[in-house]
Design a protein around this ligand. Structure first.
Ligand SMILES: *Cc1c(COP(=O)(O)O)cnc(C)c1O
Length: 229
């Protein structure tokens, strides 16, 4: 793993923000409508601290336990930091996730929806939720299938009263992401959802052109990550 230096991290954020602004303007969108989520997963707290010191406030983590170790001290220094969970959530970690995260992007099954509803009620805390859609219908990947998405969204929002604000997807690595981003945008529009979490280091400009309101960028800001153990 090669985490960038503090100066690099600040410069990288600025460069990514400039590309987001250019892509948004090209597409006739307001650059302010796109939020950059700096994905600090598997990088040390000092890397996130460098981004915070540079004025950045929105972050993404993919593991509950790692975030629990990293974020409480950072949030103590920067109470306005916003942390998104962008990795899979097991139901035995739901309470921890509701307590820690400001946004949970990986709601993708009924059992998790029920568990989130229960813990939000118990803890009196309601992080915004995104429904993750497995747009490529990949067997190994999390997310509700496209054909089941409409009814799942309705059930979460209307029957369980969950604060679903948008949709999230991770396209297959070997396919043109634009098709998946367009599919997700369609799905959000027909369900009256206004936020779209799509686009990573390799394709965030495409995602912005197709309507992303949050892009999740890790490598282009913090450098390469160690492979998972
Ligand atoms: C790691 C991760 C990212 C960031 O990926 P980069 O290619 O490093 O920008 C975005 N979204 C999700 C869900 C991730 O797990």
């Amino acid at each position: 793993m090669t985490t960038e230096t503090q100066t690099d991290i600040a410069a990288n954020i600025e460069a990514v923000q400039a590309k987001i602004a250019e892509a948004a303007t090209d597409a006739g969108r307001d650059p302010a409508a796109v939020s950059l989520i700096a994905v600090s997963k598997s990088h040390p707290g000092s890397a996130a601290a460098a981004a915070l010191a540079a004025g950045h406030r929105v972050f993404g983590e993919n593991r509950v336990q790692e975030a629990q170790e990293k974020w409480p001290p950072l949030k103590a220094d920067y109470p306005d930091a916003v942390v998104h969970l962008i990795g899979p959530l097991q139901t035995n970690k739901t309470a921890d996730a509701v307590a820690l995260f400001d946004v949970i992007q990986t709601l993708d099954r009924e059992k998790l929806a029920r568990s989130l509803a229960k813990e939000m009620d118990r803890l009196g805390r309601a992080p915004d939720l995104f429904v993750q859609v497995n747009t490529g219908e990949e067997p190994q990947k999390a997310g509700v299938l496209p054909l089941e998405a409409d009814s799942f969204i309705k059930k979460c929002r209307d029957e369980m009263g969950l604060p679903v604000v948008g949709l999230m997807c991770i396209p297959p690595i070997d396919e043109n992401p634009a098709l998946h981003f367009a599919l997700l945008a369609d799905m959000a529009a027909r369900n009256g959802l206004h936020r779209l979490s799509m686009g990573m280091s390799a394709d965030f400009e495409t995602a912005v052109r197709l309507g992303a309101t949050e892009v999740r960028v890790g490598t282009a800001i913090f450098g390469t990550r160690a492979p998972h153990p």
